[in-house]
Every structure is written in structure tokens, then in C-alpha cells.
Design a protein around this ligand. Structure first.
Ligand code: HEC
Ligand code: HEC
Length: 290
């Protein structure tokens, strides 16, 4: 009796130990995957916990500095995915976000971390949400080749922008001042607002493919809906081109310039992320040091 209770306990612990150990079949693999887990945890605690919190709750000691709060990873909701609305992201989506950052916010890109470290930290943040043990991401949305830009396509995008009522949130001219804009909250309960679409880069960057994915898959956890089911790919491209036509030249900012809360993000990383064992690590591409 005692033994079976202990066995049950062990089983529960083993099952609760998450994705990293679940896939292991032999002792070799188990050791390799627990090494990856420990590596991911070390990277996380040195570089991410100061904002995202040791337990992944988005409540690290610097979190209060940001209007756009660091993500609470426990619900497993991610904005910048290549997967359809509602789905978990691909690991590659998270690696991309960690590499490039989320422009305008405290989430600064970390291309200085090795690719192995970025992959390990992704596996580690997955352990914060039970979604990653029970679900698999849906297959990514393919971004078809862009049709050549033309005045017709831009005009079609303008009509779609009106018909799909993007302006309710983003405003008639894309300035983020639509009638529904005031008082918006995200799924984590924080105030949020529709993006002023007349500036580049956007949070996801400036590539047309990225904007295509935002429209096709939506931004999970925010009021930004997904249009992948209601619009044809040509319509989505028309919208992408129309949105580009709303951007005046002086609103196209250098990709190297820190925007909005990025400045504070760099400061936090410089003060905390480099303390401890990696204190004097060099930080290439860190704008404040230019
Ligand atoms: C200086 C603060 C700060 C640090 C340090 C930081 N983040 Fe973030 N992170 C943020 C903020 C703020 C957001 C939310 C941005 C938004 O929702 O628009 C965020 C969002 C994210 C997201 C969500 C992306 C999505 O698609 O929703 C991931 C993943 C992430 N961070 C991973 C990391 C990892 C891994 C590290 C460490 C290598 C890290 N962050 C370090 C502030 C930070
Ligand atoms: C119900 C309100 C709502 C509607 C309708 C809406 N959006 Fe959004 N959209 C948002 C919000 C809120 C954000 C900001 C989310 C964030 O940054 O967390 C956003 C962000 C965006 C972004 C910026 C993503 C980035 O990388 O920064 C694009 C592009 C966008 N929307 C395009 C559109 C288009 C095109 C339509 C119509 C087809 C549309 N939106 C309709 C609320 C809306």
C-alpha cells in the first residue's frame, strides 16, 4: 500500500516535470534534456526574470517600469505567432521574438545570446504554462508570395480597411484613434490601445510578411482579431500595401534607434541582466552604448 502511494507520487512528479523530460526515452536523452532544462533556466534567470519574474508571472522587479507589461507566461498566450488564432506559437516564433525583440516595448532583442541559449530559454519558458504539455501548435499559416504592388491593390486595401472596420479601433486614417480605442484592456487585464499604424517599425518589425501574419493570425491576448478565415490572401496583401501607404517618410524610423520603452529595457538589461556570472559580457548592437 505504502509503496503504491509512493509510486503514484513519483508518477505525478514525473508527469508534472514538463515537456523537457517527457520526451526522453533513455538515460542518455534524459541527461541531455535535463541539461537543456538547466541551461534554459540559467539563461532565463540571468536575462529575463528581472522583467518576466522568476515564476514567469510577468512580475519581475523591473516590471513596474513599463506601460506595456512584460508577458505573464502562465497562460500560454502569445501575440507574435506564425500559427492560426488561438494556437500555441511555434518554438521558432518565440526564438524570433527573443532575437529581434518587440519594438517600442521593454522587450529588447537579444541576438547576442547564442542560438543554443535562445532555444534553451524557449523550452524553459514553455514550462511555465500547462498548455505546452497537453497541446501542439497548429501548422503555421503560409505567407504566399506578395503580388506586385499597384495603385489598384492599394485602393482595394483601402476599401477592405473600411469594410472590415479596422478603423473602429485604428481610426479612419490609421492613427490608433478609432471610436472603440478608449478604455481597451488585454486578456491579462492591462490597459492597451490600438496601434498607430502610421509609424514603422511596428512591434513586429517592418517586413510585409510580418504585417501579413499579424492580419492573418491576429494578436492573441489582445483585441486585435485574426482575419485569416474571413479574407483571401490577396485581400490581406492589399491591406498590407494600403497600411504602407499611410506611413509618411518621416515616420519611418531607423531600425537601430531605441523606440518608446526600449530605452528603459536596455537600461534594465544593462543594470541587472549583466550582473552575476555574466557581468562583463559584451553586448553587441546595444544602442545605448553607441
Ligand atoms: C526589460 C524588460 C524585459 C526583459 C529583460 C525581457 N522581456 Fe520579454 N517582454 C517584455 C515586455 C514588456 C513584453 C510585452 C510586449 C508586448 O506585449 O507588446 C515581453 C514579451 C515577451 C514575450 C511574448 C511574445 C509574444 O509573442 O507575445 C516573450 C516570448 C518574451 N518576452 C521572452 C523573453 C525572454 C526569453 C527574455 C530573456 C532572454 C525576455 N523576454 C526578457 C519585457 C522584457
Ligand atoms: C477590435 C479592435 C481592433 C480591430 C477591429 C483591428 N485591430 Fe489591429 N490592433 C488592435 C490592437 C489593440 C492592437 C495592438 C495590440 C498590441 O500591441 O498588443 C492592434 C495592432 C495591429 C497592428 C500592429 C502589430 C504590430 O506589430 O505592432 C496591425 C498591423 C493591425 N493591428 C492591423 C489591423 C488591420 C489591418 C485591421 C482590419 C483588417 C485591424 N487591425 C483591426 C485592435 C484592433
Amino acid at each position: 500500500m505504502k509503496l503504491s502511494v509512493a509510486a503514484l507520487f513519483l508518477l505525478v512528479v514525473w508527469q508534472g516535470s514538463g515537456v523537457t523530460l517527457r520526451a526522453a526515452s533513455g538515460p542518455e536523452e534524459a541527461r541531455a534534456s535535463s541539461e537543456a532544462f538547466l541551461r534554459g533556466r540559467a539563461v532565463y534567470e540571468a536575462n529575463c526574470a528581472v522583467c518576466h519574474g522568476t515564476g514567469g508571472d510577468g512580475n519581475g522587479m523591473a516590471a513596474h517600469m513599463f506601460r506595456v507589461r512584460p508577458r505573464d507566461f502562465r497562460r500560454g498566450l502569445f501575440k507574435f505567432r506564425s500559427t492560426p488564432s488561438g494556437s500555441l506559437p511555434m518554438a521558432g516564433d518565440l526564438v524570433r521574438t527573443i532575437t529581434e525583440g518587440i519594438r517600442w516595448t521593454g522587450m529588447v532583442g537579444r541576438p547576442d545570446l547564442s542560438e543554443a541559449d535562445r532555444r534553451a530559454v524557449v523550452r524553459y519558458i514553455e514550462t511555465f504554462s500547462p498548455r505546452f504539455t497537453g497541446e501542439r501548435p497548429s501548422p503555421p499559416v503560409a505567407v504566399p508570395l506578395a503580388p506586385p504592388e499597384s495603385p489598384d491593390l492599394v485602393a482595394q486595401g483601402g476599401r477592405l480597411y473600411r469594410d472590415a472596420e479596422c478603423g473602429k479601433c485604428h481610426g479612419d486614417r490609421g492613427r490608433g484613434d478609432g471610436a472603440s480605442a478608449p478604455g481597451m484592456k488585454d486578456d491579462w487585464g492591462w490597459p492597451t490601445r490600438p496601434t498607430d499604424l502610421t509609424w514603422r517599425p511596428l512591434k513586429r518589425g517592418s517586413t510585409p510578411d510580418g504585417t501579413y501574419l499579424t492580419i492573418a493570425t491576429g494578436l492573441l491576448g489582445t483585441p486585435m482579431p485574426s482575419y485569416g478565415d474571413s479574407l483571401e490572401s490577396r485581400d490581406i496583401w492589399a491591406l498590407v500595401y494600403y497600411l504602407e501607404s499611410l506611413v509618411p517618410a518621416e515616420h519611418r524610423l531607423s531600425p537601430l534607434r531605441p523606440l518608446g520603452e526600449e530605452q528603459a529595457g536596455w537600461m534594465v538589461i544593462r543594470m541587472h541582466g549583466m550582473m552575476g556570472p555574466g557581468m562583463m559580457r559584451r553586448m553587441p548592437r546595444m544602442p545605448m552604448m553607441r
